[in-house]
Ligand binder design. Structure first.
Ligand code: SN0
Length: 315
């Protein structure tokens, strides 16, 4: 593996998940692999799980990890080519990415979309600029359109908790006060299409995801119908894609409640976190036995460690 910025970079999901399971069973077994290597974690946006779990994954491999909040601590970066830099931007990504490549053996970047210009967000210009100018492998820690490390942790969690060979997995939209990106649902959709699951997406009218990613997936606007016989309920909010970045509904009837969970086949509840209690999911579900959000978050370390292993092995 030479980069990991999309679920599309996964050649063989089954093999990746077994590697992650092996790593989870013996996290310190390859402490030499990352010896004298440095991972640079660059954040343009906030993070709790991604930052700590990826840093921990590096440490488990004997790698050093250096972290920088570029939005608050770095020079304002310019991404446009050929511009006269007489404004706010002090440094061009061309130099910045090459310079970071002198200090780091792998660069990981988080950059959320602005959600105002669909075309610009879909260009993934921040991640792609690092891919273009860095001379070392690049990992996405959530870009404008994908959150691939989260998706690997999600697939690992489903693999661990499934009780049937081909579980029914439901991705449900749920209400949220803010306009959120599509990266988490997009990557989840992509990885579920690679997994051996019965996958259904449910969302209110106006919340279709990018059709390019959801092609071939069963989609229903009837949440109750989707929940019937489900083994996993994966809740997530996203803003409208068609009416780009807008909130077109906050319908509280879409909150995942015990009544909704009762429609399922004793399903496990998943969410990438951070989660808005009693908006996305009620306390009674999040605090119940059905919720596996904490083990799901724990799996972020082993997902990241599996990806770092593949990049270090250049395999
Ligand atoms: C991000 C998102 O993509 O939805 C990160 C999830 C891993 N979530 C948020 O920005 C939530 C912010 C909030 O105010 O609840």
């Amino acid at each position: 593996m030479k980069k990991f910025t999309s679920v599309d970079d996964i050649q063989d999901l089954e093999r990746l998940i077994s590697l992650a399971k092996k790593i989870k069973a013996a996290p310190f077994a390859n402490q030499q692999k990352g010896g004298n290597k440095t991972l640079g974690l660059l954040f343009f946006n906030p993070s709790l799980r991604t930052r700590l779990s990826t840093q921990k994954a590096a440490l488990n491999l004997g790698m050093n990890a250096i972290v920088m909040n570029l939005n608050t601590e770095g020079w304002v970066l310019e991404f446009e080519e050929g511009v006269v830099m007489d404004g706010n931007s002090a440094e061009h990504i061309k130099e910045a990415a090459q310079v970071v490549s002198q200090y780091c053996d792998i660069i990981a970047v988080r950059s959320f979309p602005a959600l105002t210009d669909k075309e610009k967000d879909e260009e993934e210009y921040v991640i792609n600029a690092f891919l273009k100018y860095a001379s070392v492998p690049v990992i996405s820690l959530e870009g404008s359109t994908e959150h691939p490390l989260q998706a690997v942790a999600d697939a690992l969690t489903i693999e661990e908790y499934k009780t049937t060979k081909r579980p029914k997995v439901v991705l449900t939209w749920a209400p949220h006060p803010k306009a959120l990106p599509h990266a988490v649902p997009n990557s989840f959709v992509k990885i579920m299409k690679k997994a051996d699951v019965d996958f259904v997406i449910t969302h209110p009218e106006g919340y279709s995801l990018n059709h390019h990613f959801t092609a071939g997936v069963t989609i229903t606007h009837n949440q109750d119908e989707a929940f019937a016989n489900a083994d996993f309920i994966y809740a997530k909010n996203w803003s409208s894609y068609d009416d780009y970045g807008k909130i077109v509904s906050k319908d509280p009837s879409w909150t995942v409640t015990p009544k909704k969970m009762a429609l399922t086949n004793n399903a496990k509840f998943m969410h990438c976190l951070p989660v808005r209690r009693n908006m996305i999911v009620s306390d009674a579900v999040l605090d119940s036995e059905a919720s596996i959000v904490i083990p799901q978050a724990n799996n972020r370390t082993f997902a990241a460690q599996a990806i770092l292993t593949k990049l270090l092995d250049n395999e």
